[in-house]
Design a protein around this ligand. Structure first.
Ligand SMILES: [Zn+2]
Ligand SMILES: [Zn+2]
Length: 226
């Protein structure tokens, strides 16, 4: 569904993907688990009434499997360029193992085999301060080394990936277990106070449609106590 003008949220199995429509060009943010590609393509064709080839860029907020599981498939169908922060690129190239316990690694291996998930060579390596499709790249390591946020000062939207969740009217971290580098994570979240945003779009939860910056201030205050 269209959340705000030009931004569509697609709720996959537990994971959110976003389609950002700019004239005829579409930018896809995250791809969801394996098996999500047909849902995305169908949305583009039936709701947006556009061609899958209009997806020109796929931006990955971070390397975790629930965000890149359908990447190779969607890239194959659309021919889109893939953009990811350089610190997370080796994971989608298949050179680094996705983080998770032994059990999770077995599941990932099975899903990859089942859906024919392939390694992907990204065309665009992102770094802090880059501009892509009108969005500024903010490097926010902590949840993963190459986690990014994408911020647009015009519509005051920020995509935060798994950095933040919005539950019970509050912003929350992804949870201690899912923060690989806590000090970096805290610094990354404080960095977000330097920018002026209103709408927060997350990787797994409902969106914050107004007052995002105020919620962020409260969230960071709690970080200081811990
Ligand atoms: Zn994640
Ligand atoms: Zn996730």
């Amino acid at each position: 569904m269209e959340i705000i003008h030009g931004i569509h949220e697609l709720r996959g199995r537990m994971v959110n993907c976003y389609l950002v429509v700019n004239n005829d060009e579409i930018m896809l943010i995250d791809t969801g688990l394996p098996g999500n590609s047909s849902k995305i393509i169908k949305y583009v064709e039936t709701i947006l009434k556009q061609s899958p080839h209009d997806i020109k860029t796929i931006i990955i907020t971070h390397n975790h499997f629930d965000h890149v599981g359908s990447l190779s498939k969607i890239k194959e169908i659309t021919g889109a360029k893939v953009a990811i922060h350089s610190a997370d690129a080796d994971y989608i190239r298949g050179k680094e193992k996705h983080v998770g316990g032994a059990f999770m690694n077995v599941i990932i291996k099975l899903l990859k085999a089942l859906y024919g998930t392939k390694p992907v060579e990204p065309e665009i390596l992102l770094k802090d301060g880059d501009l892509i499709g009108g969005y500024q790249v903010i490097h926010t390591p902590g949840h993963s080394p190459g986690s990014i946020c994408l911020y647009n000062p015009e519509n005051k939207v920020i995509f935060v990936g798994d950095n933040l969740q919005y539950t019970k009217g509050k912003l929350q971290s992804p949870g201690e277990r899912l923060i690989l580098e806590p000090e970096k994570y805290d610094a990354s979240m404080r960095k977000l106070l330097d920018i002026d945003f209103e709408i927060i779009l997350t990787g797994h939860t409902a969106p914050v449609l107004s007052g995002g910056k105020e919620l962020m201030k409260d969230f960071v205050k709690d970080l200081n106590i811990n």
